[in-house]
Design a protein around this ligand. Structure first.
Ligand SMILES: Cc1cc2nc3c(=O)[nH]c(=O)nc-3n(C[C@H](O)[C@H](O)[C@H](O)COP(=O)(O)O)c2cc1C
Length: 209
């Protein structure tokens, strides 16, 4: 499937064929799409919990506003940002240098990066960075799902603490970025409203035409 077609035809799917399981190979293809996504500093902070168990899905729905499609979807992917990935920054940087992706980085710069890493740990910027990297991986999965004939729904509404407790996610060092419901779709919604191009695109300066 062409990317343009996938982008144009993708919809949030809220009705799934709950008795049609998602094949393991398709799930692995989604994971591969996520794995290959870009991330800041190549930290790859995303971690994914695959949930198929009906009872677990029911409990997740309970802490996610009782959205019915959470139970109906054959698979839920719980997408988490591991804040500890930041600690790998010097190593990731060295890997990028060795892979030829960056010019040789002098040791003094690496030292600076290590120092700033410690200062950054636990800040708002750090948390937002981990979560936004997860969103990129999710977007890749959503488009890959289109090619596999699978429907998806992002779920951003959930109780962070209750969900973490439910799935034994480390309370302090990991944030749940989003849930992604995946399955064969049982509805074919029309395109949802979008803003006009001129409302979102400016030339040269804010508001520029
Ligand atoms: C970050 C994010 C969080 C979302 N959370 C929810 C959610 O909790 N429940 C839901 O029904 N849809 C959720 N959606 C889906 C949006 O409502 C949907 O993308 C939007 O209405 C546009 O529709 P479309 O995806 O079909 O184009 C979420 C989408 C995104 C990107």
């Amino acid at each position: 499937m062409e990317i343009k077609k996938a982008i144009e035809e993708r919809r949030t799917i809220r009705k799934f064929k709950h008795d049609e399981p998602v094949p393991d190979e398709s799930l692995l293809e989604l994971m591969e799409a996520a794995r290959l996504a870009p991330s800041g500093g190549n930290l790859q902070p995303w971690r994914f919990i695959i949930v198929r168990d009906q009872e677990t899905k029911r409990k997740i729905a309970e802490v996610s506003g009782d959205q019915p499609f959470i139970i109906e979807a054959p698979v839920l992917i719980v997408c988490c940002g591991d804040l500890r990935a930041l600690r790998d920054r010097p190593k990731a940087m060295r890997e990028l240098v060795n892979a030829g992706a960056l010019e040789r980085v002098p040791q003094s710069i690496l030292d600076e990066i290590i120092a700033s890493t410690e200062q950054m740990y636990g800040t708002d910027l750090h948390t937002r960075g981990a979560i936004s990297n997860c969103y990129i991986a999710i977007a890749f999965m959503v488009l890959q799902a289109m090619e596999l004939g699978l429907g998806t729904a992002w779920i951003g509404y959930f109780d962070q603490d209750k969900l973490k407790a439910l799935l034994e996610i480390p309370p302090d060092d990991v944030m749940v970025a989003s849930l992604l419901a995946v399955g064969y779709q049982n509805e074919h919604p029309r395109q949802r409203p979008r803003k006009k191009l001129e409302e979102i695109m400016f030339m040269e300066r804010w508001g520029g035409k």
